[in-house]
Each structure stands twice: as structure tokens, then as C-alpha cells.
Design a protein around this ligand. Structure first.
Ligand code: KIV
Ligand code: ZN
Length: 512
């Protein structure tokens, strides 16, 4: 048996990650991500914040009903209403359902946000944990802004909540303020000053405001923390959270000096990262550690030479260890359904026969226009056909005239709430005309913040991928669309963002 200490991987992509601007996901999208996290074998999936909205509640409930392996966590403030609602959604997971309750403990938060004294905060924390423990033994308590909390007070709160029944105690760096040595000392302080600390698992939850979330989490693990809270691609509030793939791959790569292990099947990391990008539209920067497009690319001649002689010269982990198969199988117009299905499976998609058929038809259409189909093209097809299910708005037809002579005009035909409608508009360019027509047909007053076009792969026959960022009532939403015609891709991206706005409008947010 291995004498490595197991680190519990608590994934909060669907809760804290979803708090990234523009990253809101609908229930089906959350279920897809949860299924992928289950495949990757994370220990805990934080599925949402049930009292925040009906949408969040439904997502936590459906994930609790569907996902069988990992524990399912639901967030709740330290109040009866939040805790009752969390359990209402989590109960279907049985013993695997975890109530995660929190209250802030730093002076700044207590004074300005909560307007509560230290005694009142301890009382509220204990009451919340006891109420949660009435539903399940699986209770986690978080001392929000722990890092800026007076240490003797933090120790007092942690001792009290363990006494009340918390089995996991989380010490978040809510504002990404700490540095590794300080965080190490905080965890060590709690180990030495909380008499019942051995009765609970110490968890860490780091934000990345100073780019230190992963380093801080690892320092805490070295000091005795046994659970790391993290997100895929490091998405999350502001600068994001600790990135799951970075922390897990560090633990795997540096086994020589880190005597820890996780149960994550790292070979699913790459597919999970791509799925999240597809669902949210939040692109991963090319030089992002582990999953960025350049993470395994060797540019300098001297590096390429070294890698050809022996990979270990410049590669500290293999692309295969994260499921990145570099021998990309390129598909073309003669590829059959079997090769297509196998490639989708390799990329981590588990689709129903009906969805494979839909994607296959679209693949054949694309293959008629484009010589070689790459993995990125397949991602775009799956995103467009399967994942981004059209909701109340659907693009049917579009025709555009433009050039240096006549005023650019777009004629768009759409389905709006089941009704077929058509409109022509002129604009400053073909994209502007298209967006004007869609705006008029849908009657939206959303404001366009950003529009960008990229080619999914190289070559003039490449598919164009458009990203649109819209703002409505102070909330931002990303939309994506892909097509070999970039005007069609732009229209799809705009409509995708509008559909997301509609589905999110049904959700009333509670401020954390
Ligand atoms: O950052 C934070 O403090 C949180 C808590 C709710 C755990 O997300
Ligand atoms: Zn957080």
C-alpha cells in the first residue's frame, strides 16, 4: 500500500467557477460538465448555490440525482433558509450530499458586510453547522476571508464548528491576498492551536488575484491541509481560483518531493478543459500551464532538437498524461461514421446515437467544404450542434450583400419562440447589419461589448469562430458560433449569447 497521503480534490467549477463574468451555464451544460468531472474521478463536485436561484437549485438537484461517484456539495450561507434549501436539492445524493455553509470571519467583512461582532459570528456559524448536521454528517464549514482574520479568532471559530459537527473546515483566501509561506503558517497555527483539529479535514480554497493560488494551495498541503478546492482552467471570481489541472499535475509530476496523491484520472484533464471552454466560451490563454495550446509546443530549435533526442530534456510531463494525443487523426470527406465516432470518443465526448448522427451530418457538410477536419473543428461542431442547444431563438437562414460599392445589407430569417420571422437591415458592415436584423427580430436591448473572429484551424477553408460579449441589466454574457462562413458564425454567436441571457434572466441572483 502506498504511504502517500491522499489529497481530496473538491471541484468548484460549477459554483465559484460559474461566478466568472460571462461563465453562466444552463442546467444541461452543468450536467455535461458534472459527468465529465465524474469521469475524471474528482472527490467532490460543488454543484451550485441552491438558494441563489431556481436554476441553481435545479442544477444541484439534477446533479445529485444523476452523478453517482463523487460527493455533491451545495453552498449555503449561515442561515436556516439557505441550509434547508441546500439539503432539499442535495438529499438525492444521500450520504454523498455535502452541505457547505460559510460566514465571513475577518474584521473587514464582519464590520462592513455582516455588521456583526465576533461573538455573533461564532454563534451564527455554530447554529448553521448544527442545522446542517441535522440533515447529514457530511458538513463543511468555510471561514470566508480566513486569511485576513485574526488568528486566535479563526482558531476559536474553527474549534467551535468542529465541536458543532463540521467534518471539513475550509480556510479560504477569498481575495487572493496571501503568499505561500504565510498560508503555510496559518495552517500550521490552526493545527497547533485548535484542540479538536484532528476530527476534521482541513481544506484550502485560494483565489488567484496575485497569481499565487496554486502555489498557496500546495504550501497549505505541505502544512497539513488534505482537501484542495479548485476549478477547471482556474476559472472563477475575478482572477479565478486555484486551477485543478495545475495542482493535480504538480502533485503527480513532483512525487519525488511531494508525498501526496490524488485519485484524479489525469488522462481526462485535456478533454475536460476543452469541454469547459466550449460550454462557457472562456478561452484558455495559449501559454496557460498544462492545458494551454503551447503547453507542449517546443518552438526554439535547440529545444526541438533536445526533445527529438530524448523527450525528458525539455518535457517534465507527457502530453499523454493529460490525455493530449498529439498524433491528431485528421478526418476528411471519405471518413466513415466509425472513424468519426472513435475520434469523438478519444476527445472525451460520450454522445447518444441520435447526437452522433446529428454531428455526423454536420461533419459531412463541413467535409464537403474543407479538405481536412481537425479536432478543433469537431469541438466546434459538437458545441454548435449538441451542447449549445438552441433555446428560444434559432437562426434559420441568412443572406448578406456587402463590398465597397453598395450599403451592406443582411436579411435574416429566425425562429423566435417557435414563430418564423424575417427582417432585412443595413449596417456599417455585414456583421453590423446582421446584428441589427437579429436585434430587431428578437426585440432585445442587449448592448454589444465585444466581437471577435478567429480561425479554428489554418487555411482559407478554415471554419471561423466568433465570440460575442453582450451586456444586459449589468450582467455580461458570452456567445460563440462556428461556421465556414464567418457572417453565419457571427450570427450564431450573437444568438447564442441572447439565448443565454434569456435562460439566465429566469434566475434571480443572491449576492455572496
Ligand atoms: O472565496 C470564498 O471564500 C468562497 C467561499 C464561499 C468558500 O468561495
Ligand atoms: Zn471562492
Amino acid at each position: 500500500m502506498s504511504d502517500r497521503k491522499k489529497i481530496i480534490i473538491f471541484d468548484t467549477t460549477l459554483r465559484d467557477g460559474e461566478q466568472s463574468p460571462g461563465a453562466s451555464m444552463n442546467i444541461d451544460e452543468k450536467l455535461r460538465i458534472a459527468a465529465q468531472l465524474e469521469k475524471m474521478n474528482v472527490d467532490v463536485i460543488e454543484a451550485g448555490f441552491p438558494i441563489a436561484s431556481q436554476g441553481d437549485f435545479e442544477a444541484v438537484k439534477r446533479i445529485s440525482q444523476t452523478i453517482k461517484g463523487p460527493q455533491i456539495s451545495g453552498l449555503a450561507r449561515a442561515s436556516d433558509g439557505d441550509i434547508d434549501r441546500a439539503w432539499e436539492a442535495l438529499q438525492y445524493a444521500g450520504d454523498r450530499g455535502r452541505i457547505h455553509t460559510f460566514i465571513a470571519t475577518s474584521e473587514i467583512h464582519m464590520k462592513y458586510k455582516l455588521k456583526m461582532s465576533e461573538d455573533e459570528v461564532v454563534e451564527a456559524a455554530v447554529k448553521a453547522v448544527k442545522r446542517a448536521a441535522g440533515y447529514t454528517r457530511n458538513v463543511e464549514f468555510s471561514a470566508e476571508d480566513a486569511v485576513r482574520t485574526r488568528l486566535p479568532f479563526l482558531a476559536r471559530v474553527i474549534e467551535a464548528v468542529i465541536e458543532a459537527g463540521a467534518k471539513t473546515v475550509n480556510i479560504p483566501d477569498t481575495v487572493g491576498y496571501t503568499i505561500p509561506s504565510e498560508y503555510y503558517d496559518i495552517i500550521e497555527y490552526l493545527k497547533n492551536n485548535v484542540p479538536n483539529i484532528e476530527q476534521a479535514v482541513i481544506s484550502v480554497h485560494c483565489h488567484n488575484d496575485l497569481g499565487l493560488a496554486v502555489a498557496n494551495s500546495l504550501a497549505a498541503v505541505q502544512a497539513g491541509a488534505r482537501q484542495v478546492e479548485c476549478t477547471i482552467n482556474g476559472i472563477g471570481e475575478r482572477a479565478g481560483n486555484c486551477s485543478l489541472e495545475e495542482v493535480v499535475m504538480t502533485l503527480r509530476t513532483r512525487q519525488d518531493i511531494l508525498p501526496f496523491s490524488t485519485d484524479v484520472v489525469t488522462e481526462h484533464i485535456y478533454a475536460t478543459s476543452r469541454l469547459l471552454t466550449t460550454v462557457t466560451g472562456l478561452q484558455v490563454q495559449a501559454n496557460k500551464a498544462v492545458v494551454g495550446a503551447n503547453a507542449f509546443a517546443h518552438e526554439a530549435g535547440i529545444h526541438q532538437h533536445g526533445v527529438l533526442m530524448d523527450k525528458s530534456t525539455y518535457e517534465i510531463m507527457t502530453p499523454e498524461s493529460i490525455g493530449l494525443n498529439q498524433n491528431k487523426l485528421v478526418l476528411g470527406k471519405h471518413s466513415g461514421r466509425h472513424a468519426f465516432t472513435m475520434r469523438l470518443q478519444d476527445l472525451g465526448y460520450s454522445l447518444s446515437t441520435e447526437d452522433i448522427q446529428k454531428a455526423f451530418v454536420r461533419f459531412k457538410d463541413l467535409a464537403d467544404m474543407k479538405k481536412e477536419i481537425f479536432d478543433e473543428d469537431l469541438d466546434a461542431i459538437i458545441a454548435d450542434e449538441i451542447i449549445r442547444v438552441p433555446e428560444c431563438y434559432k437562426l434559420l437562414q441568412i443572406s448578406v450583400s456587402s463590398g465597397s460599392f453598395a450599403a451592406p445589407t443582411a436579411t435574416v430569417q429566425m425562429e423566435v419562440d417557435g414563430e418564423v420571422v424575417k427582417r432585412a437591415e443595413m449596417g456599417d458592415g455585414p456583421v453590423d447589419a446582421t446584428f441589427k436584423a437579429i436585434k430587431a427580430l428578437t426585440g432585445t436591448d442587449a448592448h454589444l461589448l465585444h466581437f471577435s473572429v478567429g480561425a479554428i484551424t489554418g487555411g482559407t477553408d478554415a471554419q471561423g469562430e466568433c465570440t460575442v460579449r453582450l451586456e444586459k441589466d449589468g450582467r455580461e454574457q458570452l456567445g460563440q458560433g462556428a461556421h465556414s462562413d464567418i457572417i453565419v458564425a457571427a450570427a450564431k454567436a450573437y444568438i447564442n449569447a441572447l439565448n443565454k441571457i434569456v435562460s439566465i434572466k429566469k434566475r434571480t441572483q443572491v449576492n455572496i
